[in-house]
Design a protein around this ligand. Structure first.
Ligand code: ADE
Ligand code: ZN
Length: 349
């Protein structure tokens, strides 16, 4: 790419959607610290810097175990409102006008925080994201793979009542993958389907292609979160490409959790070249020390992406959303307008 149009600038100037980010994993470290103090949760770290340094994980399971403290710091609707509104502000800063955000209920079980508190806070924060920052946040309640399948069914029944307030766009599946097959939650996903929800599932992150097949065949999901280990199965790659199933990949997350040793080993570009619909996402940005823009820039630098590659990725990010076709087209036009300006800059060099 031209020296004058650095990857950072291109990525900043292109509007992008994100379809794989977790509310609980997106909280600013300063806010984690503040909320812990407010809610009398003792953190082992004495400063924000120490907290950020402690965001260091060996694997997905290690991450999920360490991450378990987060629900403890979210105790009131105001707490949920704050983290949701701050996510709106952070989205605006990165030129991300639209995000589909996963959140869980399972973590609050036993902590005395009822689901209605979670919902009220997210609904209020979502309004503020729209009014104060011009950002549209939609939500994906995620069933915890490790929880009793009955809880998953209850979550689907619950969200059918609050769909409009939270802008629910899908039902999802997350958490530890090894030993917790997707098919355990087939009933919840069947119900989600009957109720007209889209569905997504984390798969092919910590377990190989069999886990992706399981999510596709047992849950019939519309999108796979991560899915990168599909690359280990040629037939699966062909299946995903033929059916245009989006994989919401999170390149930096996969390096941070040691799915890949180095970003240059990551299959996002290889999958794309084999015709699979891939997008770039951040997963849990502060925890993996990389926001969405940083994920794009690092992928661009590692794989020497061109301006047109980045424009295509940004367009793809909106096409992979659960927006209706008209809204998708409006956002894609906005990407094209930004691309025209960037091309003019390159031509003017
Ligand atoms: N929850 C938050 N981040 C996750 C990830 N990368 N995989 C599974 N569950 C998660
Ligand atoms: Zn995730």
């Amino acid at each position: 790419m031209s020296e004058a149009v650095a990857h950072e600038r291109v990525v900043e100037q292109l509007p992008k959607a994100e379809t794989h980010i977790h509310l609980e994993g997106s909280i600013r470290p300063e806010t984690v610290f503040d909320l812990a103090a407010k809610n009398d949760v003792e953190l082992p770290e004495d400063s924000v810097e120490e907290l950020v340094a402690a965001y260091d994980f060996e694997s997905l399971n290690d991450f999920i175990d360490k991450f378990a403290f987060i629900p403890q710091i979210l105790q009131s609707a105001e707490d949920f409102e704050r983290v949701t509104a701050e996510l709106g502000a952070d989205s605006a800063r990165q030129n991300v006008p639209y995000r589909e955000v996963a959140y869980g209920y399972a973590g609050y079980d036993g902590l005395g925080v009822d689901w209605e508190t979670v919902d009220a806070g997210i609904a209020a924060g979502r309004e503020r994201a729209r009014e104060e920052h011009g950002v549209e946040l939609r939500f994906i309640p995620s069933i915890d793979r490790t929880a009793d399948p009955e809880r998953g069914v209850s979550i689907v029944e619950h969200v059918a009542d609050i769909e409009a307030d939270l802008g629910i766009v899908a039902v999802g599946l997350a958490s530890k993958e090894q030993g917790y097959p997707a098919h355990d939650h087939a009933r919840a996903f069947e119900l989600a389907d009957e109720l007209g929800f889209n569905t997504v599932a984390h798969a092919g992150e910590d377990v190989g292609p069999g886990s992706v097949w399981n999510a596709l065949l047992a849950l019939d999901v519309d999108r796979i979160d991560h899915g990168v280990r599909a690359i280990e199965d040629d037939i699966l790659v062909e299946y995903l490409a033929q059916r245009d199933v989006p994989l919401t990949t999170c390149p930096v997350s996969n390096v941070e959790l040691n799915v890949y040793d180095d970003l240059s080993d990551h299959p996002v570009v290889d999958l794309h070249e084999q015709g699979v619909f891939v997008t770039v996402n951040s997963d849990d940005p502060p925890m993996f020390h990389a926001d969405l823009n940083e994920n794009y820039v690092r992928v661009a630098e590692t794989f020497d992406l061109s301006l047109e590659d980045l424009v295509a990725l940004a367009k793809h990010s909106f096409e992979a959303t659960f927006l209706d076709e008209e809204d998708k087209a409006t956002y894609v036009d906005r990407v094209e307008e930004a691309a025209e300006d960037l091309r003019a800059d390159v031509a003017g060099d």
